[in-house]
Every structure is written in structure tokens, then in C-alpha cells.
Ligand binder design. Structure first.
Ligand SMILES: NC(=O)c1ccc[n+]([C@@H]2O[C@H](COP(=O)([O-])OP(=O)(O)OC[C@H]3O[C@@H](n4cnc5c(N)ncnc54)[C@H](OP(=O)(O)O)[C@@H]3O)[C@@H](O)[C@H]2O)c1
Length: 486
């Protein structure tokens, strides 16, 4: 985010599915954060659309529950909140109804200060609604069908299909109304501060790039874990599972940023190209490079938790994995022979996303140590409590040459006084500014599905049963065959 807000052109944000969790807890609070820092113009308007029936005031009251004044002094909070909510409006209707969307456009024309207002359409509904809503929007004839001003842009949330075919079909349907140029596919991981820092860390420092290869790095491990179950989202989760929910998208994107070559120059297009080139070097994993688990009932933090199959709405014989370990090898000289391990699990012992880059060990012969010394390890903590740790070997102070492993630590909350923006703040501002580097382009999406579709289909074809692991586990047994050690 640039240090100073830049005056923006008139913009309206239309949230389709505005009665839902994502809209109320993420999108609207992020817009409020941008508004209260001066990143949105005075003419900004927010329009909510969904089937639920709300008056404008009821809608505002529902939004107000999740607005926090992170960037506003306490004394200005009430006034800023009121000014923001006055700019919020609501229209109810069916997602496949052209007439309902015509009502929405009528409301927009009445409330927007001028006729030259840019419009962002945010699809915040379950994916089953995406096509209907985009088609009905297009049928109104009010969507700008090119990238000219005033612009119309579409923001769409994962999941982008369940495999390569369904993703292509969805892309085709959306493309009838919004061109690729107008489409912003959000992967909110790319908006996270510590993920954006990967490029800076690698390419703005001299020390990393010379050792960022197979000669020095033994393996890379990307670990994602949550200490909660599916929290009532069985309808979505049971259809998708962990590989589609976080591995094929968020964690693969992180892997691409770790592995990619230096872009050929500055700018979003070249960075995207460098990532895409690396994704193309990842052969699809075979079934023996994948381990699957599913959480069973367990006692965690002093409380009994149900297993996945006991959750409401989950079939008693569901084979949907809630844990996966995947070992990928990259077909690239820089990385030949270096395993990239991705592990992801719900209902584990803590919430964290970390990248662990383990360097090759150094012989201890010089120090009379038997065997190798403990290897250096660079740990990039993406969430929560963003941090960078480097494990190094040091001499223990004293009269003997005793070596010990110690940590060089950089904790964001200690090193940086600034607030760390939520990923949605960064990404929504980028949509308004037309900056696409942190969004998933159609070709990267297709390649990501090409990597995972064969194994996803094979898992389903063979009816693979995931290994049970108890709620709150540290390292599920399922991962062990792939050398998972956290
Ligand atoms: N929540 C998150 O943090 C999060 C994070 C990443 C991605 N996402 C994705 O973002 C999208 C929205 O997430 P969400 O959590 O806000 O979803 P949600 O609450 O389930 O759905 C949003 C709204 O869509 C409508 N809706 C729900 N089910 C529907 C159905 N079967 N048919 C038609 N309309 C339906 C409901 O509004 P009405 O009944 O009023 O029409 C609901 O309030 C989903 O694609 C989700 O996968 C969410």
C-alpha cells in the first residue's frame, strides 16, 4: 500500500451475496479501513445484493457489527463509521433475475453522485451462484464490456472449479460478461504481508539468491495448519476437501514465489510470468507422493471435539480429506532433487502457516564434532505473528569450543511499528487501482489445475480412504511416509 492515499476516481463496490460471512466479516471491514485512511473518494458507494430481505438501515446495522476503527483515533471513530454507513445501500433479489439486477442498477444510478462512476462487482456467494449472477448482470446491459473508463471489474473468490474442466467452464461463462482484463481472481494469501515479502526477501538482498538452489538447499517444507474443524461449513467442505481448499491454490502460489527465478524486470506482468514459468516446471504428483488424513474425535485444549464424520451435514462414510501431505519435485536445474513438501491440515494442534527452508548440513570435522552439524534453517512465518527466523550454529560462550544451534529472529510486531494491513485491504485497493500482480491470471489457474487434477481424479477413482488422526494432533501419521517432521 502506498504511504500516502492517492485521490481516487468515483467508485462503487457492488457485493453480490452481501448477507454472507465473507461480505460482512472481510470485504466490508476492509473497505471501511480503506475509506477511513482516505484511499476511497468521498463519492464512494457500497451496494449490497442478496436474496435476504433487508432495509438499507437493517443492512447498515448488520455491517456495523464488524467495523473496527483500526486506523482512526477513538475520538473520530463514531463519525467515520456513520459517514461510511451512509454510503451503504442494499437491494434484494434472486441471483438469476435480470429484473432484480435492473433494480440494483436503478438504485445505483439514484445514489451515485455522477454518471462516470467505476464499478467493482464482487461475487461473494457460493460458487454454484457465480454463473447465474454473472449472466443476469450481463443481461442488464449495464456492465461496461471493455477496460475503458468508467470501468466495470469483477472480483471472484475461490473455489474456481473443482478440476481443470469445471474451472475452464466457469472461466468461459464469466468471460461472456467480463474479459480476462476485467476479472480479478482473489487468492487472499497473495495479499498477506509476509507472502508479498517473499519477493523482497529473495531479490532485494544479496545473501539469499546465491544459495537459493539445489547445491545449498536440502528441502523446502510449506506447512499450513488450523486448530479448528470445519465450523459448520460441511456443504462446501465435503465437496472440496483440503487439496482443493488450500493446497492447489494458496500453498501452490507460495511455492511458486519461493521457487521462481528472478523476474526479467520490474512490474506485475514479468513477476506473473516468472511464477507461471516455475509452475509449468511442476509435474503432477502421482498418488504415492500424496498422503491423506481425516480428523477423528479427540480431546484438545481440555475439550472433547467431534470427528469430521460426526460434523453436521457430513455423510457418515465421507472420504473427504482434511489433511494432506504432498511431495512435489520441480523439473528445473535450480531445484532438481530438492523435495518441496506441502502439508496442510484442519483440526491440528495450532494455527500457523510457515515455510521452512532447510539448508544442507556442514561437516563438523573442523570442530571435532561427530558427523554433520545441525543444518541452517530459514523459517518464514506467514501467519499469525509474521516473523523470519534463521537457525544458525554458534559457539556457546565459555572456555570450550561447544557449538549450539541458535535463532536469529525478526518479529514483525517488534521490527515494524506500522499496522499490518489485512490481505483484503491490499487486494481491494489493487482492484480499484487496476493493479493485477496479486491476482490469479487464467493461465496460472489452468496450470495449477493441471498439476492437481490427475491425482484428484485418481483419489476419487480409487476411493482412497484417508487415515484418521485425532483432533488436535501435531503430525498426523498419514504424513510420515513422506518424511513430514514439523
Ligand atoms: N468466509 C470466508 O472467509 C471465505 C474465505 C475465502 C473464500 N470464501 C468464498 O467466498 C464465497 C462467499 O463466502 P461466504 O462464507 O460469505 O458464503 P455464504 O455465507 O455461505 O454465502 C454468501 C451468501 O450467498 C447466499 N447463498 C448461500 N448459499 C446459497 C445457495 N445455495 N444458493 C444461493 N445463494 C446462496 C446467501 O445469501 P442470501 O440467502 O441472502 O441470498 C449467503 O448469505 C464462497 O465462494 C466461499 O467459498 C469465503
Amino acid at each position: 500500500m502506498s504511504a500516502e492515499p492517492t485521490p481516487a476516481e468515483p467508485v462503487s463496490v457492488v457485493v453480490i451475496g452481501a448477507s454472507g460471512d465473507l461480505a460482512r466479516k472481510k470485504i466490508v471491514p476492509a473497505l471501511f479501513a480503506l475509506y477511513s485512511q482516505g484511499f476511497l473518494p468521498d463519492s464512494f458507494r457500497l451496494f449490497g445484493f442478496a436474496r435476504s430481505s433487508f432495509s438499507h438501515d437493517q443492512f447498515r446495522a448488520a455491517l456495523a457489527q464488524h467495523l473496527t476503527c483500526r486506523y482512526v483515533p477513538e475520538s473520530d471513530c463514531a463519525q467515520k463509521t456513520r459517514m461510511f454507513l451512509e454510503r451503504c445501500f442494499y437491494c434484494s433479489g434472486a441471483y438469476d433475475s435480470k429484473d432484480a439486477f435492473l433494480d440494483l442498477f436503478q438504485l445505483m444510478q439514484n445514489q451515485e453522485p455522477g454518471s462516470e462512476t467505476n464499478r467493482m462487482f464482487y461475487l461473494a456467494t457460493p460458487p454454484s451462484v457465480f454463473t447465474d449472477a454473472a449472466r443476469a448482470l450481463g443481461n442488464t446491459g449495464f456492465v461496461q464490456c471493455d477496460a475503458e473508463r468508467p470501468w466495470s471489474r469483477l472480483v471472484v473468490e475461490k473455489p474456481f472449479g473443482r478440476d481443470r474442466d469445471s474451472s475452464d467452464r466457469l472461466a468461459c461463462e464469466l468471460a461472456r460478461v467480463f474479459s480476462e482484463e476485467q476479472t480479478y481472481r482473489i487468492d487472499h494469501y497473495l495479499g498477506k504481508e509476509a507472502v508479498q515479502n517473499l519477493m523482497a526477501l529473495r531479490f532485494a538482498n544479496q545473501v539469499f539468491e546465491p544459495v537459493w538452489n539445489r547445491n545449498f538447499i536440502e528441502r523446502v517444507h510449506i506447512d499450513w495448519r488450523e486448530d479448528i474443524g470445519i465450523e459448520g461449513r460441511s456443504g462446501y467442505y465435503d465437496r472440496y476437501g483440503i487439496l482443493r481448499d488450500v493446497v492447489q491454490n494458496h500453498l501452490l502460489q507460495v511455492l511458486a514465489l519461493i521457487a521462481m527465478d528472478r523476474p526479467d524486470g520490474p512490474g506485475a506482468r514479468l513477476a506473473r510470468q516468472a511464477k507461471l514459468d516455475m509452475l509449468r516446471r511442476i509435474p503432477p504428483p502421482t498418488l504415492d507422493a500424496v498422503r491423506l488424513g481425516q480428523y477423528a474425535a479427540g480431546s484438545f485444549q481440555g475439550r472433547a471435539h467431534p470427528g469430521y464424520r460426526d460434523e453436521e451435514g457430513v455423510p457418515a462414510d465421507s472420504r473427504t480429506p482434511t489433511y494432506a501431505a504432498v511431495s512435489l519435485s520441480l523439473d528445473h536445474d535450480r531445484w532438481r532433487g530438492v523435495p518441496f513438501l506441502i502439508t496442510a491440515g484442519k483440526a491440528l494442534n495450532r494455527r500457523a502457516t510457515e515455510v521452512r527452508i532447510r539448508f544442507r548440513p556442514v561437516s563438523g570435522a573442523l570442530f571435532d564434532s561427530k558427523g554433520d552439524l545441525p543444518p541452517n534453517e530459514l523459517i518464514l512465518r506467514i501467519q499469525p505473528d509474521e516473523a523470519i527466523h534463521l537457525k544458525v550454529v554458534n559457539k556457546q560462550p565459555g572456555l570450550t569450543m561447544k557449538l549450539v544451534e541458535t535463532n536469529l529472529d525478526l518479529k514483525y510486531h517488534v521490527a515494524f511499528a506500522d499496522q499490518i494491513p489485512d490481505a483484503y485491504e491490499r487486494l481491494l485497493l489493487d482492484v480499484i487501482q487496476g493493479e493485477k500482480s496479486l491476482f490469479i491470471h487464467a493461465d496460472a489457474l489452468a496450470v495449477a489445475w493441471d498439476i492437481f487434477t490427475p491425482v484428484l481424479h485418481e483419489i476419487e477413482r480409487q476411493g482412497i480412504d484417508p487415515f484418521p488422526y485425532p483432533f488436535g494432533a501435531d503430525t498426523p501419521e498419514a504424513g510420515q511416509g513422506l518424511g513430514v517432521r514439523v
